[in-house]
Design a protein around this ligand. Structure first.
Ligand code: ADP
Ligand code: MG
Length: 344
């Protein structure tokens, strides 16, 4: 039986149906399956090998940054790449989980998603290899460089995020960690990273100090009420937070807010206060946000307390498309500085 359920890693509660993984790979002979099963989940034995990058083929260059997953290096493998070396608990279950995630990544081919190139499956050097983004993240633009995007640019960015996210959701993949740090802007093009990796990273939470609530800074404001309300339960290895397509939409709402306001919602409030408010359905007030009704409506829809009331990305694309577009005319009556965007 080659049918497996990938529900734990890639799909929502509502679409927790078993899926067939790569029926074209079904021609694996029994002998092959037996010899391979020590390295790969049986159903993926042949196709997974294509994505396995031997550790000694990877050239490591400088460290780019350290995130929740572990270290990210600039590297070289048939060109410039980003190598994400995962820190994880070295147990069989996690390794299997990781392999399932990789089976998911290779299904992704979209302009607005980072190019997944392969993975290093050596248990001592678990790593994901993707194309190297030459641009800056939305986080860097908004929070570090304090760039201001005009409404047209903001809408175009949001549309591209929605395109990429709509594609992921159509493939049954829940991002689980959509945030401005995981969205790159390359010459005006949006590139989303780190989709579906969260299940692997949650194991890192186990290293947290018992007295801290173990919440990385800047993470809470992306979490939908149903997730915030479950945070206390997130103690054991086996307990999954209820991420879903709708919780991705909530996180998109927060990115939309960052683009509009240049800051995070609930800024400067301690985690306990945010948890209490969001869990009760309270939202960041928009009184100081100078934007049209339609723009604020999108925000409120994405931040709906009930997951079922949040729009999907197809509807969001529709709503974004309907926003009035200001003409970027550069006639004497429209001085250039008024239409200058962060990147122009
Ligand atoms: P986070 O997303 O929380 O910043 P990560 O571990 O994902 O943590 O990333 C660590 C650092 O590496 C960040 O500065 C991020 O921008 C950078 N980075 C991650 N992936 C890539 C990539 N594909 N290309 C270039 N830089 C990357
Ligand atoms: Mg990241």
């Amino acid at each position: 039986d080659r049918t497996v359920s990938m529900s734990g890693s890639t799909s929502t509660d509502s679409d927790r149906t078993p899926v067939r993984v790569d029926s074209q790979d079904s021609q694996v002979s029994d002998t092959e399956t037996v010899t391979e099963c020590h390295r790969w989940p049986r159903q993926n034995s042949l196709s997974m090998r294509e994505w396995d990058i031997p550790h000694d083929e990877l050239k490591f260059d400088k460290l780019i940054g350290i995130g929740r997953f572990g270290k990210v290096f600039r590297g070289y493998w048939h060109g410039d790449v980003a190598i994400k070396v995962l820190k994880y608990l070295k147990d069989e279950k996690t390794l299997e989980h990781f392999k399932m995630e990789v089976a998911t990544f290779r299904k992704t081919r979209h302009e607005n998603l980072i190019l997944f190139m392969g993975a290093c499956m050596n248990p001592d050097h678990l790593a994901i290899v993707t194309s190297l983004s030459k641009g800056d993240t939305l986080y860097t633009h908004i929070h570090l460089r304090k760039d201001k995007f005009n409404m047209n640019k903001t809408t175009i960015i949001a549309q591209q995020i929605s395109q990429g996210m709509g594609y992921l959701h159509a493939k049954g993949i829940v991002h689980k960690d959509l945030k401005s740090k995981n969205i790159f802007l390359e010459n005006g093009k949006v590139v989303i990273t780190d989709f579906g990796l969260f299940s692997v990273t949650k194991l890192c939470f186990e290293n947290r100090k018992p007295d801290s609530i173990g919440i990385p800074p800047g993470w809470l404001c992306y979490l939908a009420p149903e997730i915030v309300r479950n945070l206390h339960a997130h103690q054991s290895h086996d307990e999954e937070l209820p991420f879903s397509k709708a919780s991705d939409v909530y996180a998109f709402g927060t990115v939309w807010y960052e683009l509009l306001c240049g800051e995070w919602p609930f800024k400067t409030q301690p985690p306990e206060a945010i948890i209490w408010q969001v869990g009760k359905g309270m939202k960041q007030p928009l009184a100081n946000l100078q934007a049209s009704r339609d723009v604020k409506d999108i925000l409120m829809l994405c931040w709906s307390f009930r997951a079922g009331e949040r729009p999907d990305f197809i509807r969001l694309l529709n709503l974004l498309e309907k926003l009035p577009k200001k003409r970027l005319a550069r006639s004497p009556s429209h001085p250039i500085h008024l239409s200058r965007s962060a990147e122009s």
